[in-house]
Design a binder for this molecule. Structure first.
Ligand SMILES: [Zn+2]
Length: 498
């Protein structure tokens, strides 16, 4: 009943509570409309044969109406129950955010929900107990997925898969120590493959041949030293960084807009920051707005401009968050998406789509390089004649990115300390000491989150390519669908071969 009362207030939306009510009202109207369509279809068929045994026909119609009333009530009850679980989940994420400043990555639901979490400051024990209860409630919640709407099925799975990592994070904050793979399974619904040192040694041997200079045995110079010397000319000068980055964003945005319908008022601002353990960060503020921060502690190389623009902006995090807000929070009233728990399976999809987004925006390397050579290299004042040579090395460097997972696994499992982890990264990920130390700081703070980048990208790539093959248009449409859906990591593998 309350949803029809709030309908009167549609023209008077002012407070976040009104907005929430409006969401629920819209969702209910949508489900009702589709049921009515079904009814008129069935009734229309009956009407054409409506002759002869009048009493029998009337009984059939009456039965049909009763069934439809029951199914209306059933669908509404299921939707209401699911909305209640979803809101409770959002409250729990906000409550846990009181104990873990990194946990709530974004929240743009009703402001009083956040105030309530701050006032109540629930204990970790209480949050853990409520998460267990909520999981049990969800298991008993009627399933509305019979409607054939895949999104309802995905929503249920999403809530199931997001609540249990919340409980795992509570246990971690209470002091439970998990091994790296157990932690990533508990928090991100995935386990990264393990690579032996020999895997990286074989890639490094190929790099050795491409980087000029003498090997370590003859001069004492490590590969990372030679690599740093060799790639110095490809640093974007600090004073040109914003120009180059804005050009990269403009191109990525135009390519995204040609394929994905974005809310007309979507926007972002860029800030340059220092003293952070990450290279770039997207802070989604709601109302389709992001603040993108770029860390300038270390030199930024020319290939990173498109990487960052696609990852943080288009079609990466900014687009993912904007589409979730539009399609799930605003159109359907699914409030669980108004909050983003960083240490949760959603992050694997977020980071995976953000990384893979570059290859969706630029379906092949030639196309990307053409843009970079014609636009970004000149804007940065970098000599374009060595671009091919530079990118051949970057391809090999990308093959080393699982080395970060190995350093993280060993560090988290207590096999090595932070100094050893930094040295390991210098040798096996060919990182200069400052970069290796920045990465170790990231690992210490975000732990098994590192798998979300490389494993996430690989999982998203497989999922999209299984569905789209080499067709760039289909790739965009599958990618857009994934960005606007509640799909989680296990849903990328189990449903990836349909
Ligand atoms: Zn990211």
């Amino acid at each position: 009943m309350s949803r029809f009362v709030s309908a009167v207030r549609i023209n008077n939306i002012g407070t976040p509570t009104d907005v929430v009510r409006l969401f629920h009202f819209t969702a209910a109207v949508t489900s009702r409309r589709s049921c009515c369509d079904k009814f008129s279809k069935i009734f229309g068929l009956r009407r054409r044969t409506f002759c002869g045994n009048y009493a029998k026909r009337m009984r059939q119609v009456l039965t049909l109406v009763i069934c439809l009333i029951a199914s209306h009530a059933g669908a509404d009850a299921a939707a209401d129950a699911m909305n209640a679980v979803a809101e409770q989940y959002a409250h729990l994420v906000l409550a846990l955010g009181q104990h873990d400043p990194d946990y709530v990555d974004a929240f743009y639901g009703p402001a009083e929900w956040k105030t309530q979490a701050e006032k109540e400051k629930k204990s970790l024990d209480a949050i853990g107990a409520e998460a267990a209860e909520l999981s049990a409630t969800l298991a008993k919640t009627p399933d509305a997925a019979m409607s054939g709407d895949e999104m309802l099925k995905l929503r249920r799975e999403y809530l199931q898969k997001q609540i249990s990592p919340l409980a795992a994070r509570v246990r971690m904050l209470k002091g439970e120590k998990l091994k790296f793979d157990d932690e990533s399974r508990a928090l991100y619904d995935a386990v990264a493959p393990t690579f032996p040192d020999s895997h990286f040694i074989q890639i490094i041997a190929q790099l050795e041949a491409k980087i000029p200079g003498k090997g370590p045995s003859r001069t004492g110079d490590s590969l990372w030293q030679r690599y740093e010397m060799w790639r110095k000319p490809f640093v974007i000068p600090k004073e040109k960084l914003d120009t180059v980055f804005q050009l990269a964003i403009k191109e990525c945005r135009a390519r995204t807009l040609a394929h994905v319908a974005l809310p007309p008022n979507e926007s972002f601002t860029v800030e340059y920051v220092t003293n952070k353990p990450w290279g770039g960060y997207n802070w989604f503020k709601g109302n389709f707005h992001s603040v993108i921060q770029v860390n300038t502690d270390l030199p930024i190389y020319i290939d990173r401009a498109v990487d960052l623009a696609a990852h943080e902006g288009y079609p990466g995090h900014h687009v993912y968050n904007s589409l979730l807000e539009k399609n799930l929070v605003r159109d359907r009233g699914w409030m669980e998406f108004s909050v983003y728990a960083l240490f949760s399976p959603q992050s694997l999809v977020a980071e995976g789509t953000a990384n893979f987004g570059r290859d969706v925006a630029f379906p092949n390397k030639n196309e990307r390089m053409k843009f970079e050579k014609e636009v970004l290299f000149p804007a940065a004042g970098i000599d374009v004649s060595r671009a091919d040579e530079y990118y051949a090395v970057q391809d090999l460097m990308k093959d080393l990115n699982y080395a970060v997972n190995e350093a993280a696994r060993r560090l988290i499992n207590g096999q090595i300390d932070e100094n050893a982890a930094a040295h390991w990264l210098q040798k096996y990920a060919v990182m200069e000491p400052a970069r290796a130390q920045q990465r170790v700081k990231f690992i210490q703070r975000y732990r098994s989150y590192v798998i979300n980048y490389n494993l996430g990208e690989d999982m998203v790539r497989r999922y999209i390519e299984n569905r789209s093959g080499a067709d760039p248009e289909k790739r965009w449409s599958e990618f857009g669908k994934l960005l606007a859906s509640p799909r989680l990591p296990s849903g990328l593998t189990t449903n990836g071969h349909e």
